[in-house]
Design a binder for this molecule. Structure first.
Ligand code: PLP
Ligand code: COI
Length: 345
């Protein structure tokens, strides 16, 4: 097997062996196929290349303590992809095809599956794209669905360390009544330039406000926001943030741990009142922020306001407890009382 160092592996486009594919043509999905060819052949007029008619999902498979391999809540990702595809006017795989192709992807790339005990997992990327050659701005059902995977460790290089984020005064992520709550590739394309500027200034994350009024916290470029106030888990209610499966799970975990959960609008000034603030998502898991700055101009020097939570690199007690509980369920160390872990057989 591969000589991957599971303790230091980051989050990257690590090429495995097999891609699983299906094509929607003549009104139906073709039976899933396996290929070791990592190159797709597309017509240069394919919709995806011009009009970004594409969406994706991100979910993880874990090797549990007893050796079982499970995928975390794939039914939720299947449903979210259907919702995004509907927004794009595209066909989407049904839950059975989606989950079976995710399972096949894991089973056909087992030599890259991280073993239990290293904090690593297999990240699965189901991707759906419009491949019909056309110039007209009308939907066409001709689509390609593929599931690829990559062994993955910590998104920011190490787990359970705190980082810093910046609220950019001159960039928005999503338009009001726009595509913010869908997992479109195009939403991410718009964050590449502000990410570059933020990274150059030493911030790891971008935290976006609601673009209509810029009064409320929306989400990070990569993940949802949550804050901890006493015994309460607070997360934004907004129709322009991605409905995160990790966040949904953490809200349940928080309740199970006896915490209150509030999903509501979070005025920017309330950032001053949280004891802990974090990012959550499949890739970032729970990544606490020790500092969130507001910059009127992202590339400029001026910091309008700065909110701090604990010390750089340190992680607060509630984020630690939530992290241990969520990852404990995923790794099979704690009981899966909600039936979130789907066994790969
Ligand atoms: N928000 C954005 C913009 C994301 O890209 C992601 C990642 O998928 C999330 C939130 C978290 O969603 P999930 O927990 O389902 O991965
Ligand atoms: C995920 O968490 O699965 C995502 O798709 C976020 C991405 C920025 C890595």
């Amino acid at each position: 097997m591969s000589n991957i160092n599971w303790d230091t592996i980051g989050f990257d486009a690590y090429r495995t062996r097999t891609v699983i594919l299906s094509r929607f043509q003549d009104g139906k999905w073709s039976p899933a196929e396996k290929t070791e060819n990592f190159s797709f052949t597309l017509d240069p007029f394919a919709q995806v290349l011009h009009y970004a008619v594409a969406c994706f999902e991100g979910l993880k498979a874990f090797t549990q303590k007893d050796g079982k391999i499970v995928i975390f809540r794939p039914d939720e990702n299947a449903a979210r992809m259907r919702r995004t595809a509907d927004y794009l006017g595209m066909p989407a795989p049904d839950e059975d095809l989606f989950i079976s192709m995710c399972e096949e992807c894991v089973k056909n790339n087992l030599e890259f599956m991280p073993p239990y005990g290293h904090g690593a997992s297999m990240y699965l990327r189901p991707i759906l794209m419009g491949v019909h050659p056309q110039m007209q701005l009308t939907p066409n059902p001709d689509a390609l669905f593929a599931v690829i995977c990559a062994p993955a460790g910590a998104y920011y290089g190490s787990n359970m360390r705190s980082f810093s984020a910046v609220i950019p005064g001159d960039y928005d992520r999503a338009a009001p009544k726009g595509s913010g709550s869908y997992k479109l590739g195009a939403n991410y394309a718009a964050t590449f330039k502000p990410y570059k500027i933020a990274h150059d200034q030493g911030y790891q994350e971008l935290l976006f406000l609601n673009s209509a009024t810029r009064e409320y916290v929306d989400e990070y470029g990569s993940s949802n926001f949550f804050g901890i106030k006493g015994n309460t888990y607070v997360t934004p209610l907004s129709d322009s943030v991605l409905p995160s499966i990790t966040n949904k799970s953490l809200q349940q975990v928080a309740k199970d741990l006896g915490m209150e959960v509030e999903k509501r609008k979070i005025p920017v000034e309330e950032l001053a009142e949280f004891d802990e603030a974090a990012a959550c998502g499949t890739a970032v898991v729970i990544t606490p922020m020790y500092r969130i700055d507001i910059k009127p101009v992202l590339g400029g020097e001026e910091i309008e306001r700065s909110f701090t939570y604990g010390e750089p690199e340190k992680v607060g007690p509630v984020c630690t407890k939530l992290y241990k509980t969520l990852t404990g369920i995923q790794n099979g160390e704690l009981p899966d009382t909600h039936g979130w872990c789907h066994e790969v057989r």
